[in-house]
Design a protein. Structure first.
Length: 259
């Protein structure tokens, strides 16, 4: 296990050296306060967790929180603050994963302005260890608000990349490639609507990606469905939480997608 973690850290570090320049997304839709719910299901269709989404706005800063409360008692809880002034830019993010659904707990926070990444772990006696790293972060860092980026790009956008700080060895930068994949109809409140589909691919690259795949360490792609319009919304997400573990399908309450 330790060898695998070291390999992952090496992959992510080398990937950073060849990363594309920062690509910030311009604000097209101002985000407003909101409160919504989703339902997360396993690949067999069994309900795994109710999902709650809240969003508060103060000036040009938006604070959003996405919480999965699993039926087995596990929690995935991510709170993110970003600025929506001209372009979208991360302020801070805090992601917690704990419980039997996850292979290992995560408590990872990022402060973009200071380039500070903080990891909290517990030893066998329950003592909390806090580790802080100072990292040169790119302007396009998108921890916790990739969905918001997709609300602000056209459905026919060319593929683009943004940065993610992964909670590996105190924080390692990777790039994710976001590509449009057409449209798909879905049902909402008795209406048939169309959502733009985007695929998110974590890039490890070349032989490193091949080795990661062979070791079972390559995160799977995530697919996101976005409802266009004056008030766009993320209506479906299919993928792993945090780049590992089982694949979940999270759908906005009141929507229905064909198989």
């Amino acid at each position: 296990m330790e060898r695998s973690r070291l390999l992952v850290a090496a992959f992510l570090t080398i990937t950073l050296a060849t990363a594309a320049p920062a690509e910030q997304i311009s604000v097209k839709h101002i985000q407003l306060p909101m409160h919504g719910f989703m339902v997360a299901r396993s690949e067999t269709g069994k309900i795994a967790a109710p999902v709650e989404f809240t969003q508060a706005v103060q000036g040009d800063e938006v604070t959003m929180r996405l919480t999965y409360r699993f039926v087995d008692g596990s929690i995935d809880d991510e709170t993110t603050t970003y600025r929506q002034q001209g372009t979208l830019r991360l302020v801070r993010s805090h992601h917690i994963q704990k419980g039997p659904f996850f292979a290992k707990p995560v408590d990872f926070a990022v402060e973009a302005a200071t380039g500070t990444a903080t990891s909290r772990t517990a030893d066998k006696k329950g003592k909390i260890n806090v580790e802080t790293e100072h990292i040169d972060l790119p302007d396009d860092l998108a921890n916790g608000f990739v969905g918001t980026l997709l609300l602000n790009v056209p459905p026919n956008t060319t593929p683009f990349r943004v940065g993610i700080l992964a909670p590996v060895f105190g924080g390692r930068l990777i790039r994710i490639l976001i590509s449009p994949e057409g449209e798909q109809p879905f049902q909402k409140a008795g209406q048939t609507l169309k959502a733009s589909v985007f695929r998110i691919h974590p890039e490890l690259g070349g032989i490193l990606g091949v080795i990661a795949t062979l070791l079972g360490l390559q995160p799977k792609d995530v697919t996101v469905w976005v409802l266009e319009g004056e008030q766009p919304a993320v209506v479906r997400i299919v993928g792993q939480l945090g780049g590992s573990g089982p694949v979940l399908s999270s759908e906005l309450e009141g929507t229905s997608f064909g198989k």
